[in-house]
Write a protein that binds this ligand. Structure first.
Ligand code: PHE
Length: 340
């Protein structure tokens, strides 16, 4: 029996070590210590032993049992730890944030066009001026010779702050401000936001952008205006670009004109893009500064004369880049902005 016990013990040790999960381990416990387990059965046979054998074998049986339980417990702890490690690894969540490399943004295409236009005029000797977006009615209309009944003064066309302040409807009041504070010669441009009571559609927005230009000096004539704008348009849209001056009316210039440019696709031959007219867009308004305006701004029209022009920057930006919808310029959609 002693021999049997020793064999059983080494066999137990081996099987316990080879076990890889709790179920198997439990099966082994039952195999030896269960009601019909091998060790239990041996224990039950103890009664048949002689009085001398009993204490000797009893001791070995108890040792075997203790050893076995000990080994079982140890193995159980090992298996639990191994299982925990596997589980932890599996359930691991990476809470570190993968910080993207610093990305430097860039200007809105509108802003780019504005700066490009300013640069162009700076290179021709113009100074860049600024004026407020909330403007006096006096500067926005009165001093620009705008008759009291003129439709642009209407509440349905202009955002009024009060009876005498508006959101400027064009950049022309900056002409007034510059003339009021500076003696000729004057050569200025000004870019900025302008506002009109328009519904939003693909080509209109109640907030848009203009660039204004003005030259005041002795002997400034319409010829200077036409030449200046021709140089400007060619630099902006390419050497092949032709201009067409159409008579027009503005209260603050006389004579006044609207300027069209030749179609950038067919260069004036006529194509589907320009409705076979050869002319693509009405680019700007211009004219000789009205003597009334000069007078109201403190400049003697018998000594000085000048020209002025104004144009929408949004439209130029759209034509230049083939942008079909003005909303895109204001929506801050990165998918759009990243293309520039
Ligand atoms: N202010 C005019 C407009 O907004 C444009 C313009 C400016 C016309 C200067 C003539 C001279 O339509």
């Amino acid at each position: 029996m002693e021999q049997q016990l020793r064999t059983m013990q080494s066999e137990m040790d081996r099987t316990i070590q080879s076990v890889t999960d709790m179920k198997e381990l439990d099966a082994i416990r039952i195999k030896y210590l269960g009601k019909k387990g091998e060790l239990t059965v041996l224990l039950k046979q103890m009664g048949k032993l002689s009085a001398e054998e009993k204490p000797v074998i009893g001791k070995i049986v108890n040792e075997t049992r203790a050893h076995f339980e000990d080994a079982l417990q140890k193995r159980q702890a090992e298996l639990k730890q191994a299982a925990d490690t596997v589980r932890l690894e599996k359930e691991r969540i990476d809470i570190t944030v993968d910080r993207p490399a610093f990305r430097l943004g860039h200007r809105n295409p509108l802003q780019k066009t504005m700066e490009e236009l300013e640069e162009l005029f700076i290179s021709m000797g113009y100074r860049v001026e600024e004026g407020p977006e909330v403007e006096l009615v006096e500067n926005n209309f009165d001093k620009l010779n705008t008759p009291l009944h003129h439709p642009s003064r209407d509440l349905s066309d202009t955002f009024y702050f009060s009876e005498n302040t508006v959101l400027r409807t064009h950049t022309s009041p900056v002409q007034v401000r510059v003339m009021m504070r500076q003696e000729p010669p004057i050569r200025m441009v000004c870019t900025g936001r302008t506002f009109r009571f328009d519904d939003v559609d693909d080509t209109h927005s109640p907030m848009f952008h203009q660039i204004e230009g003005m030259v005041i000096d002795k002997n400034i004539s319409m010829a200077n205006l036409i030449d200046t704008l021709n140089v400007f348009v060619k630099r902006l849209l390419g050497e092949h670009t032709k201009t067409r001056f159409r008579p027009h009316y503005f209260p603050f210039t006389e004579p006044s004109a609207e300027v069209d440019v030749s179609c950038p696709h067919c260069h004036g031959d006529g194509c589907a893009a320009c409705n076979f007219t050869g002319w693509s867009m009405e680019l700007l308004g211009c004219g000789m500064v009205h003597p009334n305006v000069l007078r109201m701004c403190g400049i003697d029209p018998d000594v000085y004369s000048g020209f002025a022009f104004g144009m929408g920057i949004d439209r130029i930006t759209m034509v230049k880049h083939g942008i079909p919808n003005i909303r895109l310029l204001y929506e801050n959609d990165q998918r759009f902005l990243e293309q520039f």
